[in-house]
Ligand binder design. Structure first.
Ligand SMILES: C[S@@+](CC[C@H](N)C(=O)[O-])C[C@H]1O[C@@H](n2cnc3c(N)ncnc32)[C@H](O)[C@@H]1O
Length: 287
């Protein structure tokens, strides 16, 4: 991973994902659940959660592999892993005393050795930011047992994701930011092209690759909190967050523009827009 991606996720972008953790978990929960249901981790299994961020999916996997199983959440972002560990402490001290089987580690999935072997690997939107995706997925494949399972959710194209594109393009008109990264470059849409995605997974050594469409709608939040919803929608996008951070004077105008654009998408009192996702499933090679 390039220094700039690592700096991004340990800098303002990571901080914003921590600040908005509860909202992002609520918005993204159906997307992660769709991939996790396909992976179907069961009792006794050891699972890797790739790019686990603030850790809610890791905690959920920990519950699903009881009794006897365990999960390791790995992420390159220091603030996000710190927050995940704080959540884990809370879980252990609260009702979820079973969270003893959950661990977090600050690791770069692209360059660091992963402490396998794992029966299965999962990710909710944590695999689109690699400089060399083939190398990163090969590293994940190496950490799995022979025929170990992989399932993750990633985004399809920006046009299929108005919940990102609508606020982003409204804000970019104010911030004057660069266009979206080209297909394949690190960013939310780097794995949007199904042929490219399949090719990356097969080049990395994965077999039985299957791509299917995941959830197609996202609820961002109540219309009564439109400005907050707009700010959160902008801050989840690393490129936009960097622009907001670089130009605090333009922040309010960008949020207002995004809120105006989102206000056209109210359903039953909620801001609700289309999403386009891929659920990718594959198996590590045999021994
Ligand atoms: C869009 S966020 C998703 C976070 C989390 N999975 C969720 O759904 O809330 C992408 C995550 O991938 C992580 N990430 C990006 N590149 C990584 C790498 N090379 N190794 C480990 N984590 C990485 C980021 O730090 C960030 O937490």
């Amino acid at each position: 991973m390039s220094a700039s991606q690592a700096d991004l996720w340990s800098g303002p972008v990571g901080d914003s994902w921590v600040r908005n953790a509860v909202a992002y978990d609520r918005i993204l929960e159906p997307l992660g659940r769709a991939a996790l249901d396909r992976l179907d981790p069961g009792p006794g299994e050891r699972v890797l959660d790739v790019g686990c961020g603030t850790g809610s999916t890791t905690l959920e996997i920990g519950r699903r592999v009881l009794p006897g199983g365990s999960v390791l959440g790995v992420d390159v972002s220091r603030p996000m892993i710190d927050f995940a560990r704080a959540r884990l402490t809370d879980a252990r001290e609260g009702q979820d005393s079973d969270a003893q089987n959950v661990e977090f580690a600050a690791l770069d999935v692209e360059n660091d050795e992963l402490p396998g072997p794992f029966d299965a690997a999962f990710s909710r939107l944590g695999v689109m930011f690699f400089d060399d995706p083939t190398a990163a997925f090969a590293n994940i494949a190496r950490s799995l047992r022979p025929h170990g399972r992989l399932a993750f959710v990633c985004f399809a194209s920006p046009l299929e994701n108005p919940f990102i594109a609508v606020p982003t393009f409204a804000a970019l008109a104010v911030l004057g930011g660069p266009p979206m990264p080209p297909p394949g470059a690190p960013g939310p849409f780097s794995l949007a092209d199904p042929d490219l995605l399949r090719g990356i997974l097969e080049s990395a050594g994965f077999e039985s690759v299957d791509l299917s469409r995941g959830p197609d709608e996202v609820t961002l939040g109540p219309v009564g909190a439109l400005d907050e919803v707009a700010r959160q929608a902008l801050e989840q996008n690393p490129a936009v967050m960097s622009l907001l951070d670089a130009d605090p004077d333009a922040r309010d105008a960008a949020v207002t523009a995004a809120a105006d654009a989102l206000s056209a998408h109210v359903v039953d009192g909620d801001i609700r827009l289309g999403a386009g996702t891929w659920i990718a499933e594959a198996r590590a090679p045999g021994a």
